[in-house]
Design a protein around this ligand. Structure first.
Ligand SMILES: Cc1cc2nc3c(=O)[nH]c(=O)nc-3n(C[C@H](O)[C@H](O)[C@H](O)COP(=O)(O)OP(=O)(O)OC[C@H]3O[C@@H](n4cnc5c(N)ncnc54)[C@H](O)[C@@H]3O)c2cc1C
Length: 332
């Protein structure tokens, strides 16, 4: 699409899991408002799946001006070709200026596919949006967060971007978005691979992306046994357990707990890092945290440069004190 053929509206694909909108999808409504307010457009959310009416209502109440739902059996299970085809139909009808997706696994899968189908461009892992005059810049990071890049899509439309989880807060306050049901069908022959069965991996569910409290341990924990202190503190605080890559490689905890560039990007209210040096590959996953507490025996450890509270000390001595003190407070 050419720029002059689009409206000022912005589309956000809000993914759902078990009938509820995911946090990263709701967060993407905030940059959508920044873009739409530039030229007075609307924020339209698209929700695809089966039995998604409750999720659509929540999205309408959480900042979308309009919510388009496509509720059908053929969308019951995520399929790249099918979802991209339905989104293409919505985009072509609505002629939106930009399409934003939460930076989830599905969002990162869909964005380049949509860009290819619509012959436009996609930007991944957007951490901020800057508007300078007529120009919009999607701010991304390179080299594990060491360099910021301002990316603009000048000629083709829609602009497509995945938004980094935690980079924006969900819109504040209630809204009264309009719900619209569309009965769109997946086009013939677009689905190249069909999901015949899904098998759930038998590991504990780890929802680091949505966690409000995360306690993470690194190589400095020294052993699997000591790593148990990280798990104890997380449990007593009602949080999730995170880890650095070395802690996982040592076999102290499963891979799905990894935080960082090649793990999960997190944005809790409280992030406690024990025995973690603060390598850029780890820091790039935690900068969306509201409050960071770091425990490290090396006072020059880079983690202290991002910490709100730094405790210079032996984690094996500090963590038991924290656990005991919190227990005392909890037991009243
Ligand atoms: C392409 C690529 C992708 C990567 N992706 C990731 C990723 O997603 N996530 C990730 O975490 N890493 C990732 N890494 C690895 C990353 O570069 C670092 O090696 C890693 O984050 C360091 O982990 P660490 O802090 O646990 O270990 P170290 O850097 O070894 O730090 C251990 C820290 O523990 C402290 N310490 C030691 N003993 C104690 C004690 N008793 N009490 C308190 N502190 C103590 C030390 O002072 C030190 O600061 C990636 C690397 C590459 C090349």
């Amino acid at each position: 699409m050419r720029k002059e053929d689009t409206t000022n509206n912005i589309l956000v694909y809000v993914e759902t899991v078990d009938g509820a909108p995911v946090k990263a999808g709701l967060e993407a409504l905030t940059p959508a408002h920044i873009l739409s307010e530039k030229n007075g457009g609307e924020v339209i959310a698209a929700v695809l799946g089966k039995d998604i009416s409750e999720a659509a209502k929540r999205i309408a109440a959480s900042g979308a001006d309009r919510v388009i739902t496509v509720d059908s059996e053929e969308l019951a299970v995520y399929n790249l070709d099918a979802y991209a085809d339905i989104l293409r139909q919505i985009i072509e009808k609505e002629k939106v200026d930009a399409v934003l997706l939460g930076g989830t696994v599905d969002g990162k899968d869909l964005a380049p596919k949509l860009a290819a189908v619509l012959e436009t461009a996609a930007v991944s892992d957007v951490a901020d949006i800057k508007i300078e005059g007529e120009k919009t810049f999607f701010v991304t990071t390179e080299y594990s967060g060491a360099i910021y890049c301002d990316v603009s899509i000048d000629d083709v439309r829609p602009q497509i971007a995945t938004i980094r989880s935690g980079a924006f807060k969900k819109p504040e306050g209630a809204s009264d978005g309009k719900l619209e049901n569309e009965s769109l069908k997946v086009s013939d022959d677009v689905v190249k691979a069909k999901v015949k069965d899904t098998v759930k991996e038998i590991t504990e569910a780890v929802n680091l992306e949505d966690a409000e409290i995360i306690v993470s341990g690194g190589r400095g924990m020294g052993s699997k046994e000591n790593f148990g202190l990280v798990e104890q503190l997380a449990k007593i605080l009602g949080g999730e357990v995170g880890a650095t890559r070395p802690a996982i490689e040592e076999g102290w905890i499963a891979k799905n707990h990894q935080v960082g560039q090649s793990g999960k990007i997190v944005s809790p209210k409280l992030y406690i890092a024990a025995g973690i040096s603060g390598a850029t590959q780890h820091l790039s996953g935690i900068t969306g945290s509201d409050y960071i507490v770091a425990i490290n025996k090396d006072e020059d450890a880079p983690i202290f440069s991002v910490a709100n509270v730094g405790i210079v000390g032996d984690a094996m001595k500090v963590l038991p004190v924290m656990i005991d003190e919190i227990k005392k407070i909890r037991e009243g």
